[in-house]
Structures are given as structure tokens and as C-alpha cells.
Design a protein around this ligand. Structure first.
Ligand code: HEM
Length: 337
């Protein structure tokens, strides 16, 4: 018991230091909590003033330990929001009588960061029990991951609710696959009311993190026949070599070959020189004039990229929020209460 209090005290002391550097959420205007009516009708950031600092501290620790974790946490939020909105459905574990989203094709052997979310939740439950939802943790951890990797910051509105359920079939259907054409990508984003522009700018998240050979085999063909502007010969040959072993499906390559752990606009620069990793990434240059124009803009203008990225993240982070308010604040992100 004494150990538990000591640990809590040390956490609070760390937080006091952290408050000076954590991205700040403005309290004016309230969060989604205002509309949804949490227990006291207040904004969650008022109910648990330490929440953002706790999340930032844990994300920082995880990213210092493993720089790829920033990418993994950003992706978790995306895969959550595209399936019935940002409601932490992606975090629910399968059980004897429940099938969650973790075994859906885009997620299986691919999503990472669940332990980091568990650690954040456990800290938050010690300090402010049943106050900060797992969906809010995902949204805030995604923002902090971007900030810690050198990208823009934005205010994360709190007050999301956690779902009682999940949908493996919607995870399979709604989350775009790596061989998608531009038309496919646009339609998957339009399904959740996000535009072509949102799609191109959010794809810029592929400025960090890694992908398995199995997801970019479509890029390995044709290297010997031409060095067309849509495929850098040298790049494709290096990928062929990387993915040539018989059990190479899970072998990883950086999504951004130049600055894989930095949030910058290098992803778009890579696309213009034929060095996009996923077929769906490279298609933004070869498959459509509108997407090409946006890629050119963001490759030239990092300020425009950061500004549009943060706006689209706020849009994505509000998917499904405020519609119905059917949810809870889970005590453990892996299971309903
Ligand atoms: C536009 C359609 C998109 C497609 C087709 C796509 C597809 C993929 C695929 C196939 C991977 C590699 C997974 C693996 O090999 O395990 C990946 C990784 C990643 N995706 Fe996307 N994605 C898309 C959009 C997004 C968006 C909107 C975000 C976030 C805002 C995002 C963030 C990431 C990140 C950060 C990684 C690296 C994760 C890590 O290293 O753990 N993606 N994506």
C-alpha cells in the first residue's frame, strides 16, 4: 500500500515539472463533454487537470524507449476513428463470446502501442478514476506523438465516450488497404465525411513509422524494365532485396526512407521522386491530378502541410463524437466495464 502511494506521489511530482512543457488545451469553448454531459456537466480537462500531462509523460517515455512508438500511436487513433467513430473500439480484446477489431486484416500483427495505452489508463485511474475515456487517451496520445516527433500541435477536445462494442467487419471494410487506387482511397474517406484533401494530408502521417513487405509487394514489380518517374529504380531494387527471403512477409521498411522518425514533409518529397513505399502512397502522384497537385504543394510548403494536417486530425478526431452519446468511460481499455 505504502509503495502504491509513493509511486503516486512520484508521478504527481513528475507532472508538476511536466506542466511547463506539455501542449496546452484551451479550456474556453469546452470539450465534447459539455454536450454529452459527463457526471458534473464539466469539461474533462477541468475534471482531471493532470490528464494531459500524464498522457504526455507516458508517450514521451515510450517514444524515448522506441522511436517507432510515435507512429504506432498515431495509427491507433486513425484505426479507431474509421470504425464507428473515435470510441476506443479498437482497444477491446477478443474474449470467449466477443470478437473485437484486433484480428481484422488491417490490424492483425500490425497495430502496436496497446501496452502504452494501458499504462496511461492505469495512471489516470489512480489520479482521476473513471474520468478520462480510452478514446480521449488515443486522441491525445496521437497528438503528443506528432509533437514529440517534430510536428505541429493542436488542441484535443476531450469528452469522447468508449464504446460497448466493436466491429471486425467494419474494420475490414472501412480502413483502406495498401493497394488502393486513388478512387478507392477517396471513397473510404468520403464514407466518414472526410475529403480528398483530408485524405492526402492525413496520408502525410506516413512520414514516420514502418510497414511490412507483405503490404508493399505491389511496389516490387517492374524495377528491371524501366525507371519511370513513378518508380525509382534504385529504390525498388533495394526493396526487392529486402523482401526477397522466403519468410520476409513481416520484414519491415521505413515508410519515409529519408527521415523515418521525424514528422516533416519528406513523405511528399519522396513521392515526387518515386520513392513512396506503399502502392497507395505512390498512387497519389501517378493516379490523379488533384492529389498530385496537393502532393506538390505539401512537398514545397511544410507550413501548409502542418496547418492542414492539424485541421484534418481535429476533423478525424471528432468522427462519431456527439452523435448518440452511447458509451461509458472504461476502467480498463481492453474490456467494457
Ligand atoms: C490513406 C490511406 C492509408 C492506407 C492505405 C494506409 C496503410 C498503411 C499500411 C499498410 C501500413 C503498414 C502496416 C504494416 O505493415 O503493419 C501503414 C502504417 C502506418 N500508417 Fe497508414 N494508411 C493510410 C492512412 C493513414 C492515416 C490517415 C494515418 C494517420 C493519420 C496513418 C498512419 C500510419 C502510420 C503512422 C503508420 C506506421 C505505423 C507503425 O510504424 O507502427 N495511415 N499504413
Amino acid at each position: 500500500m505504502a509503495m502504491k502511494y509513493l509511486a503516486l506521489l512520484s508521478l504527481l511530482l513528475n507532472l508538476a515539472v511536466l506542466f511547463s512543457i506539455v501542449p496546452k488545451t484551451t479550456s474556453e469553448g469546452g470539450g465534447y463533454g459539455d454536450d454529452c454531459g459527463d457526471q458534473s456537466g464539466n469539461d474533462v480537462s477541468n475534471l482531471c487537470s493532470a490528464a494531459e500531462a500524464i498522457i504526455f509523460s507516458r508517450v514521451q517515455e515510450a517514444v524515448l524507449d522506441d522511436s517507432r512508438m510515435a507512429a504506432s500511436l498515431l495509427r491507433l487513433h486513425f484505426h479507431d476513428c474509421f470504425v464507428n467513430g473515435c470510441d476506443a473500439s479498437v482497444l477491446l480484446d477478443d474474449s470467449a463470446n466477443f470478437v473485437g477489431e484486433k484480428t481484422a486484416a488491417p490490424n492483425l500483427n500490425s497495430l502496436r502501442g496497446f501496452d502504452v495505452i494501458d499504462a496511461i489508463k492505469s495512471d489516470l485511474e489512480s489520479v482521476c478514476p473513471e474520468t478520462v475515456s480510452c478514446a480521449d487517451i488515443l486522441a491525445t496520445a496521437a497528438r503528443d506523438s506528432v509533437v514529440l516527433s517534430g510536428g505541429p500541435s493542436w488542441d484535443v477536445q476531450m469528452g469522447r465516450k468508449d464504446s460497448f462494442t466493436a466491429s471486425k467487419s467494419l474494420a475490414n471494410n472501412n480502413i483502406p488497404g495498401p493497394n488502393s487506387t486513388v478512387a478507392n482511397l477517396v471513397s473510404k474517406f468520403q464514407n466518414v465525411n472526410l475529403s480528398l484533401r483530408d485524405m492526402v494530408v492525413l496520408s502525410g502521417a506516413h512520414t514516420m513509422g514502418r510497414a511490412r513487405c507483405t503490404t508493399f509487394r505491389g511496389r516490387l514489380q517492374g524495377a528491371t524494365t524501366s525507371n519511370a518517374p513513378d518508380a525509382s529504380l534504385e529504390f525498388v531494387q533495394s526493396l526487392q532485396e529486402l523482401c526477397s527471403g522466403s519468410d520476409s512477409n513481416a520484414t519491415l521498411a521505413n515508410l519515409d526512407l529519408a527521415t523515418p522518425a521525424t514528422f516533416d514533409n519528406q513523405y511528399y518529397v519522396n513521392l515526387l521522386s518515386g520513392q513512396g513505399l506503399l502502392p497507395s502512397d505512390q498512387n497519389l502522384v501517378t493516379g490523379d491530378d488533384q492529389t498530385l497537385e496537393l502532393v506538390e504543394t505539401y512537398a514545397e510548403d511544410v507550413v501548409a502541410f502542418f496547418e492542414d494536417f492539424k485541421n484534418s486530425m481535429i476533423k478525424m478526431g471528432s468522427l462519431g463524437v456527439g452523435t448518440g452519446m452511447n458509451g461509458e468511460i472504461r476502467r480498463n481499455c481492453r474490456a467494457v466495464n
